[in-house]
Design a protein around this ligand. Structure first.
Ligand code: ACO
Length: 428
């Protein structure tokens, strides 16, 4: 029988090195090269980590060729819109879906923990009008580490659990307050009578001092169940995505024994970039820039032009070289909600034209460039009256359970080491 190893031969010297091949429960096997430097005096070279598995994980599985995404073994299509975001977050953080009783207890605990220490709220005052909510969220999340020092006692199971739940519960409050602070409107405190997602919409939309039925432009501050359900499904679709750029950042910072909230804050920083979570904001800018269906072919040509830095935002993915299952689910949601949520039909028409043109173009087909989750979320978030600056913060709220679970897994892995890659030096 063939040995479960791989032999690497240095053709300069004829020296061979043998490494074990490790099979996961699913997905590509890995070659365990941990002793490669010790054996050969050489490093492996993999900028952008396109061929590197940086850890072992039991949380999320992606099959990019077959458009599959699973959290703790559950297909995302069986979770989004079918289980609440809170239950899915519990699944990621605790490993199993909650029982009815656990679900109620978790919900109550999260409501209870949704308030911010007033000191954090004063921090907002130091930031200028118009500050991007992602900047404020990063600062406030880092500041949380000064208010909660319980990372020092993480060996205490209760403290470990509390620390993880606290940051999850507070993130919608931080996000909504960061936005309101940026536009100079009074901050709205959480309402413990509301479910997580509804509470976020309430803190974002409401007027202090009571209900304001009509705002004079046909809008009101009422929150419809269909809106809560749509946002809940969007959060679920963002909840985890294995070792993406921001999660890897959280793990790297976590590996240095930094405070967990600082590790989460570094994830917020990484997510903000337009090649990652910041793309959802850019998709809307781009659809507005295109402006009309008749302009779509010109922008497709621009995206294909190698002398032009323009990229089609919301297209392409490092792992999905086929359809992104999250995007597929969102597209269905978009179609279902078209009437109910009064989706912007002009933007939808442009989005559909972009999608059609790209999917039938050899440039995009040959490179496996399909719409990703960010391509569809913007139109729905706009219909929910979410300001564009809040698109990436919503991604953060959705991704917190993933980051917390990945950070916890790192901490509970006795073999984890500080993340410390090497380099190919070509300088003087
Ligand atoms: N528009 C035009 N061309 C593209 C696009 C795009 N959106 N994405 C990739 N390409 C091209 C590249 O130019 C490259 O072409 P080449 O082989 O001729 O040089 C090829 O496709 C491969 O692209 P890479 O950048 O090497 O792929 P990588 O896996 O490193 O990057 C990424 C993936 C960053 C998502 C990229 O597709 C991109 O920039 N997309 C637009 C931004 C975006 O939507 N980001 C959100 C990602 S999903 C998320 O983070 C939630």
């Amino acid at each position: 029988m063939a040995k479960n190893t791989m032999t690497l031969t240095d053709n300069r010297t004829g020296t061979s090195y043998e490494y074990n091949i490790i099979d996961g429960s699913r997905g590509p096997s890995v070659v365990d090269i941990r002793s490669f430097y010790k054996d050969s005096g050489m490093f492996t070279y993999d900028p952008g980590y396109t061929s590197t598995a940086s850890c072992e994980s039991k949380i999320t599985f992606i099959d990019g060729e077959n458009s599959e995404l699973r959290y703790r073994g559950y297909d995302i299509r069986d979770l989004a819109g079918k289980k609440s975001f809170l239950d899915v977050s519990y699944l990621l953080m605790m490993g199993e879906l909650p029982t009815k009783e656990q679900s109620i207890d978790f919900d109550l605990e999260i409501r209870h923990r949704s308030f911010l220490n007033e000191g954090i709220i004063r921090l907002f005052d130091a930031l200028p009008d118009g500050a991007h909510p992602m900047a404020t969220m990063g600062a406030a999340t880092t500041a949380l580490s000064a208010f909660y020092k319980d990372h020092l006692h993480l060996e205490d199971e209760e403290e470990f659990k509390t620390m993880r739940r606290r940051i999850f519960a507070k993130m919608p409050t931080i996000a909504a307050m960061a936005y309101r602070n940026s536009i100079g409107t009074p901050l709205i405190y959480p309402d413990v009578n509301r479910y997580f997602t509804e509470n976020f919409l309430y803190m974002l939309r409401s007027y202090p001092g009571g209900k304001m039925k009509y705002l004079g432009n046909g809008l009101n501050d009422e929150i419809k169940q269909v809106e809560v359900d749509a946002l809940d499904a969007i959060l679920t679709l963002h909840a985890d995505h294995e070792q993406n750029a921001s999660t890897t950042t959280v793990r790297n910072v976590g590996s240095t024994e930094a405070h967990p909230y600082v590790a989460i804050s570094s994830g917020i920083a990484a997510l903000w970039g337009s090649a990652h979570g910041g793309a959802n904001e850019k998709v809307m800018d781009q659809l507005r820039l295109i402006g009309d269906v008749k302009n779509v072919p010109a922008y497709i040509e621009k995206a294909k032009d190698k002398n032009d830095p323009f990229r089609l935002m919301g297209f392409g993915h490092r792992v999905y070289k086929n359809r992104d299952p999250r995007a597929e689910t969102l597209k269905k949601l978009q179609d279902q909600l078209k009437e109910e949520l009064n989706l912007d039909s002009k933007l939808l028409d442009i989005a559909h034209a972009v999608e059609e043109a790209a999917l039938s173009d050899d440039y995009f087909k040959d490179r496996g460039l399909y719409p990703n989750i960010d391509f569809y979320s913007g139109v729905i978030l706009t219909a929910l009256r979410i300001p564009i600056a809040m698109f990436t913060p919503i991604f953060v709220i959705g991704r917190i359970p993933g980051w917390i679970s990945q950070w916890s897994e790192l901490k509970q892995d006795p073999s984890h080491k500080i993340a410390r890659p090497r380099q190919l030096y070509t300088g003087k």
